[in-house]
Design a protein around this ligand. Structure first.
Ligand SMILES: Cc1ncc(COP(=O)(O)O)c(C=O)c1O
Length: 393
């Protein structure tokens, strides 16, 4: 018997990272030209032993095996509220925080609470593919903001204002951005907030890469806006900052009405985020701040090394934007599909990068480089191989 599948879900493309990894499956790479994997954004270093020792010590306790409250352990909600409040210089309460199984789940549950099939959400190009995938499988219409390479990849709030109609429910921003690495200036984020507030829309801001900003300034002042709980939905991930990608823990900060709806969805989907992940996150916030700062510094070093290495005249590829974790490049081959370019880089240069086409329409000129995975010392080799590929024509 052939099952009748949900056509909305069946029409969604398979997960893109898995596809890129299939390009190198089974291949061995020579010592003189090892694989440079700039495809997936995962920290190249493990969590610190202090964190894993702590988990090993508590995993046997009966309480560690139990569900938590639907919106997370009170201690984690309080710790994150404090951490966020310090970071943004604002007062955030534990009740404003919901803990989720990763930022992806935070996004899905928040958008489930905000929009239904046939309604619209504004999403800048290029997008983080899982955001578009969620909209497609839900029958929500993504209205795309045009990519603005001339603004360093920072979307224009005026473009968003022009797209708003009676069915619009939210504007989604990712800053620092995946895939472009662009860091949206606080003034631009504030303008988006004003546009959203004026039209009674949610402004959903995914700040997964917040801990890898190149400067110490607060990325925006939205938590200090009076009435922010009526507009702002802030999403965060513990995955990258404490190397907990497999523990699945993230968060959503929002007003009480939205959180109450998210709690219903969370209860139905997963009951709660994994408890051990939550305990790891508490430990991270309470004990790993120096370690976190060390990694921020490491990432800043990698960004500087990338910029220097890509500065060579014969690169062929051109840097459009770079910031936290990612860089977005144009390739030098007019009219050649990005997937073909990425495939040849993998086959011949042993460089695994993602084609822009995975991040939305009109992105065939671009490649995403998750440079955070690569040691500063390997950046010249990355540039060398890009230049060799460009010279090949
Ligand atoms: C913008 C963005 N949001 C969310 C996620 C997923 O985060 P999590 O592992 O917390 O689900 C990623 C991971 O790559 C991301 O790039």
């Amino acid at each position: 018997m052939k099952l009748a599948l949900n056509p909305l879900l069946a029409a969604v493309a398979p997960p893109p990272i898995a596809e890129a990894h299939s390009w190198i499956e089974g291949r061995r790479f020579p010592a003189e030209k090892p694989l440079i994997d700039v495809a997936q954004a995962v920290p190249g270093y493990p969590p610190p032993p202090a964190l894993t020792d702590h988990l090993a010590a508590i995993v046997g306790e009966a309480a560690s095996a139990r569900y938590t409250d639907i919106l997370g352990l009170p201690a984690l909600r309080a710790a994150l509220a404090r951490d966020m409040g310090d970071f943004y210089g604002a007062a955030i309460a534990a009740e404003d925080v919901g803990i989720t199984a990763g930022c992806n789940q935070a996004f899905c549950l928040a958008l489930l609470a905000l929009a239904r099939a046939g309604e619209e959400v504004i999403l800048p190009l290029p997008y983080y593919f899982n955001h578009q995938m969620w909209f497609d499988m839900q029958g929500i219409i993504a209205r795309h903001l045009p990519f603005r390479p001339e603004r360093g990849g920072v979307p224009d709030p005026a473009d968003a204002a022009a797209l708003i109609g009676p069915k619009t429910r939210a504007i989604v921003l990712v800053t620092p951005n995946n895939p472009t690495g662009a860091i949206y200036p606080p003034a631009v984020i504030a303008e988006f907030f004003d546009v959203a507030r004026r039209h009674d829309l949610a402004l959903v801001v995914d700040e997964t890469y917040r801990d890898f900003l190149p400067t110490d300034e607060a990325p925006h002042g939205l938590f200090a806006e009076p009435g922010w709980r009526d507009t702002l939905v802030q999403l965060y991930s513990f995955s990258k900052v404490y190397c907990l990608t497999g523990y699945r823990v993230g968060s959503v900060i929002a007003g009480p009405a939205l959180l109450a709806e998210i709690a219903k969805a969370m209860d139905t989907v997963a009951i709660c985020a994994p408890r051990l992940g939550q305990m790891a996150a508490i430990y991270g916030i309470e004990h790993l701040q120096e370690w976190r700062q060390g990694n921020t510094a490491l990432m800043r070093g990698r960004l500087a090394a990338l910029r220097t290495s890509l500065g060579r005249n014969d690169l062929g590829y051109r840097l459009v934007s770079a910031g936290a974790y990612f860089a977005y490049l144009t390739h030098p081959f007019d009219g050649r599909p990005a997937a073909q370019v990425a495939r040849r880089l993998a086959d011949e240069q042993n460089v695994l990068a993602l084609p822009g086409s995975m991040f939305g329409p009109g992105q065939e000129e671009f490649l995403r480089v998750a440079f955070a995975n690569v040691d500063a010392a390997a950046m010249p080799a990355l540039a060398e191989r890009l230049a060799a590929d460009a010279a090949r024509g």
